[in-house]
Structure formats: C-alpha cells, structure tokens
Design a protein around this ligand. Structure first.
Ligand SMILES: C=C(O[C@H]1C=CC=C(C(=O)O)[C@@H]1O)C(=O)O
Length: 397
C-alpha cells in the first residue's frame, strides 16, 4: 500500500527513521522513508518505458527516484519509493549554522594526483590543437580523492550539513551493493539538468567556474573576472548550445536569457543560464528528456562521443555514477533530474569524492587543478576533511 505522508520533518524522522533517499533544496524536498523497491528495466526496455510500467499499477503521486551513471551504456539505479514526503519548499529551515562534522582522522589518496591530472589536461589541450578538421571543442576531465576513516560515515549528518547551502540540491541516493557494504551517493549539486511540471520544462546548466574568496573584495573580483573571461564564456556557451539543440525538437517554445548570469554556491562562482520551454507533447516524461540530455558538455564534452572516449583514456577510473544524473519522477511524468556533481560515493568508512573541470582551448592545466580542488571543498568541509595544499611546480609556499 502507498502512504503519502504530510507531517513535519522531526516527527517523520522519529516515526520512520532517517530518509533512505532524499533531495533537499530551497525549491523542494523529496524524502523517501522505509524500504525502497528496486526497479529493474527489462532487457532492451528504455528507462521511460520501465518507469511507465511501474506506474501502471501504482499511485501516480508516488515516486521513482534514482541515478543514471555517466556511461549511458551502464545500468541505471532506480528505486520505487512507496512512502514519500514531498514538499514545495525546505520542510524545516536549517539552523543558521550547520553542526560541525564529528572529528575523524582521515587517510587521503588522490586518484590521480595533481601533477598527473595536470598532464592529462595538457594531453587534451594538445589533441585539441592538433585537430584542424572537426576539432574536439571541449572535454571535461575529472579527478577523485579517496578518503578513509575509522568509523562508518554518518549519511544523515552529512546530508544535513550539505543542505545548508541554499544554492544547491543536497541529495542522498542508495546504490546497489554487490559486495555487501551498503553504498550511497551523497552530494550537493548546484546544476539542474531538467525539471518538468505539466507541460513546462526548466534546465539550468552551469559551466565556467571560479573559487570563492573569504574576503569580500577578493570574492567580488573573482566573480567579475569570471564574467569577463572569454575562455569561461566559451566553455559555457558550448553547454547552452547543446541543450537548446537537444530540447528544441521537443518544444513549442524555448526561452533563454541573453548572456550567462553569475551563480554562486557557498564555495564557487559559476556562469549559469536558465533555459525554459513549453513541450509540444505535455506527456513527455521528465526521465526521457533527462536521458536525452545526459551527458551534456558540462560533464562530458563536444563532440560527445570523442570527448567520452578521451575521458575513458585519460581518467584512471570508471566514473560510475559521478557526472551522471540523479533525480526522481512521478506517475504523471513530472520530475527533477540534477547533474551528479559535488558528490561522493560512500561505502562504510570510505568516501570517494569527485571533481571535474571543462577543458577548452586556453585552459591552464594548473588552473584546472586549482578549480577541481575548490570543487572538492563543499564535500570535504561537510565530511570534516581538512583542506589539502597542492602547489603548482615552482610556486613558493
Ligand atoms: C564537472 C563539474 O562541474 C561542471 C559544472 C559546473 C562548472 C564546470 C566547469 O566550470 O568546468 C563543470 O562543467 C564538477 O563539479 O565535477
């Protein structure tokens, strides 16, 4: 039986325990309580078809939540959530200051380390420069940080600390655990791949980044430099162009503002563009549109197939669910899908954090090292991992 719950957050947690899956943002909260049921698409069935088949028998107000991996050929992770709380806003506004993370001793292993990452960026830039015909215009290269501690990581506490930034969607998504240790994807993404409600859609791509500074003047200068940067504007325009081209055939009308806007999270400045559309067919499910868009050049590159092949060659790991999309949909085809960035995959005492940066002509390899270091910042702070110093060769400390 499906139960829709409408109670304040405190009593929900007291009655049902912590949510098994959650999305928390200033705009909406979706929390799933109690056991989740895996949704396994029939071989050959598309995701939208698999979701529609579940809702033929279920309440259209219930929810399927999940994550699509970066690799579009790998299996998606989808859960039917019978007990869901949905709210148009954050249920309980978080207190002004987040609880500090408990103090832990962390063992850190960068994968790859900063010099190796910088070399991968150099290699991508050399390939871009070498191709005169049909050049690789952009590739997003990532690196990861494996952090291990002595006690299992507290997922609920981590989610709650990540929820304090009003500019992000904090999320928790359990993943299949073939090796027995429960796994989850936890993060605080600022980037909306696609939200659909009735016949309207919204996509809010971000690309082009700068680290925020504590000093107000330096912070304003970082924002101003980002909005003037031709390299970052180009990097951003590639993503917007791709999203408009992909959505246009499905839309009666598609709007975008003139030029990119500055968007800030607690730790980063970005260039962002809010794209809104009216669908030709209001029944087109959110998950079908999200799957069409994914992976955008905010996480992959352009041309997409070449960029994705290069990512496979230059990154020393399989991205798994990082740089995929994480979200939910209901039986009416509405839903929200977010770009799975500023996140970590967590299994017991281990977290693997990921951060990537868009490489275009004019990128500076050690600038991209610094940008990815800054992008680790929010997850590291929420976990209680102290900052790591990574110095450009030849730089004085
Ligand atoms: C790929 C990531 O960020 C993307 C989103 C915003 C800005 C980006 C950039 O400026 O490179 C990236 O495209 C990440 O955080 O791992």
């Amino acid at each position: 039986m499906i139960t829709q719950i409408e109670k304040p957050e405190a009593s929900l947690a007291a009655t049902f325990g912590e949510p098994r899956a959650a999305f928390r943002s200033r705009q909406e909260t979706i929390e799933a309580f109690g056991p989740l049921q895996p949704v396994v698409p029939e071989p050959g069935a598309d995701l939208a078809g698999a979701v529609a088949a579940v809702f033929e028998e279920m309440d259209p107000d219930s929810v399927i939540a999940g994550a699509l991996p970066f690799d579009t050929g790998a299996a998606a992770c989808l859960w039917y959530a019978p007990r869901v709380h949905r709210s148009g806003k954050m249920i309980a506004p978080p207190p002004a200051k987040a609880d500090p993370p408990r103090s832990e001793r962390w063992r850190l292993r960068p994968d790859p380390d900063a010099p190796l990452y910088a070399r991968a960026v150099e290699r991508a830039l050399a390939l871009m420069a070498a191709d005169a015909i049909d050049p690789l215009r952009k590739v997003v290269l990532s690196r990861s940080l494996v952090a291990e501690t002595d006690r299992p990581i507290d997922l609920a506490g981590l989610l709650s600390r990540l929820s304090h930034d009003p500019a992000v969607t904090a999320f928790l998504m359990p993943l299949p655990s073939p090796e027995g240790t429960p796994r989850a994807l936890v993060g605080a993404t600022p980037e909306r791949l696609l939200t659909k409600r009735d016949g309207t859609i919204l996509s809010h791509p971000l690309a082009g980044s700068a680290r925020r500074a504590k000093d107000l003047g330096a912070d304003a200068a970082a924002a101003a430099a980002l909005s003037r940067s031709a390299k970052d504007r180009h990097e951003h325009a590639i993503v917007v162009e791709f999203i408009l081209d992909t959505l246009a055939p499905h839309c009666r009308r598609l709007w975008r503002p003139e030029g990119a806007a500055l968007v800030s999270t607690a730790t980063m400045w970005h260039l962002g563009t809010r794209i809104m559309g009216e669908l030709k067919d209001a029944e087109t499910p959110a998950i079908a549109l999200a799957a069409l868009l994914h992976p955008t050049p905010a996480v992959c590159g352009l041309p997409r197939t070449r960029a994705s092949r290069l990512i496979g060659e230059l990154e020393p790991y399989d991205r798994g669910f990082y740089a995929g999309t994480v979200g939910w949909c209901d039986g009416r085809g509405d839903g929200s899908w977010h770009v799975t960035i500023r996140c970590a995959e967590i299994a017991g005492c281990t977290a693997r954090l990921y951060a990537g940066a868009g490489i275009v002509e004019g990128s500076d390899p050690w600038g991209e090292v610094d940008e990815t270091a800054a992008k680790f910042g929010a997850m590291m702070a929420a976990l209680g991992i102290p900052p790591v110093a990574e110095k450009r060769p030849g730089a004085r400390s």
